[in-house]
Design a protein around this ligand. Structure first.
Ligand code: ASP
Length: 320
């Protein structure tokens, strides 16, 4: 049993995050170092919140903001391109204590889409907003806007052109056959008060059809949190995660079938996602601080820490 699959003493916090799953070619430790460093920095951002008594909700948002700001990941700055060579960003966040949730789909000008999603959650009037009206509403509430060019990087543009050269009409995961490797980002956390939360943010899939919305902003598919079970953030082929309701599937297996977190998370991937032809993974946490991070792709960028234990990060099965 991995050490992160044991219960933590009450009152301790824990945090796990991902930077995407997919077909990831093994490369040198030197080439992977910046990705580990970026994952660890995001972990530190979330840990700072939790260590000072902040909530799981605040912590997952802080970690995801750090990942959105990093160009190595497919969220915020460095997001992948649509087939029209634009960016359309999705993000969702959920509080396991209250089941409050907020999400944005297809936004193009919010610097940190997860902060817009948090505003939707806080406002409480609706759960999922999309398009220009959502952006205006967020901006009026103080969420920072940018020119869409802010999200673009030369690597992502090259990645789009390579994907279109292979198959003009196919959308691909950020990592699949990509010149750079990182993907959708997400975080789950347990705070010292015993509550859990989840957040997920993405640019979607390279060469996606404009207007396409993936699993990331959908409660129960790409993000889910419920204190009675677990908090989950997913990454992978979004349509399959939507059809398999994968994030909620983990929770349901715990609560209805009585499975421990690790089994529930593993079965959600092997029994609900894989039979649909889906590929990807997830990070999940329960109220005892157990962490599960299963995937059926070649690898998944991930990092985790539990209070009193050292922080870890991994791409394949070899955590450092
Ligand atoms: N799940 C995301 C989507 O389908 C993509 C990813 O995880 O990289 O939009």
């Amino acid at each position: 049993m991995p050490s992160h699959d044991t219960p933590l003493p009450p009152g301790r916090h824990a945090l796990a995050l991902h930077g995407g799953a997919g077909t990831i070619a093994r490369s040198s430790a030197e080439a992977e170092a910046p990705y580990h460093a970026a994952l660890r920095a995001a972990l530190a951002a979330g840990d700072a919140v939790l260590s000072s008594g902040g909530t799981a909700l605040q912590a997952v948002v802080a970690a995801v903001v750090a990942l959105e700001d990093c160009p190595l990941f497919n969220a915020g700055h460095g997001a992948v391109f649509t087939a029209d060579e634009t960016h359309e960003l999705d993000a969702g966040v959920m509080d396991g204590r209250t089941l409050a949730a907020g999400a944005l789909a297809g936004v193009t000008t919010l610097r940190n889409p997860i902060l817009g999603a948090l505003e939707v959650l806080r406002d409480g009037h609706c759960v999922l907003m999309g398009g220009a009206a959502a952006e205006r509403w967020c901006a009026a509430r103080g969420v920072a806007s940018v020119e869409p060019g802010y999200f673009s990087t030369a690597q992502r543009r090259a990645q789009l052109h390579a994907a279109r050269a292979r198959d003009r009409d196919r959308a691909v995961l950020d990592h699949t056959g990509a010149s750079t490797k990182m993907g959708t980002v997400g975080a789950v956390a347990l705070d010292r008060h015993g509550h859990i939360a989840a957040a997920t943010s993405t640019g979607g899939m390279t060469n996606k059809r404009p207007g396409r919305i993936g699993d990331t902003p959908l409660v129960g598919a790409g993000v889910y949190a419920h204190d009675a079970g677990c908090a989950v953030s997913t990454t992978g082929t979004g349509e399959h995660f939507i059809r398999g309701c994968v994030a909620h599937d983990v929770h349901a297996r715990m609560v209805y079938a009585g499975l421990p977190l690790a089994d529930a998370a593993h079965r959600a991937i092997t029994e609900s996602l894989a039979p649909l032809g889906g590929s990807g993974g997830l990070v999940a946490i329960d109220r005892q601080g157990r962490i599960a991070m299963p995937y059926n792709s070649d690898g998944m960028y991930r990092a985790w820490l539990r209070e009193g234990e050292s922080a870890r990060s991994a791409v394949f099965d070899d955590a450092i």
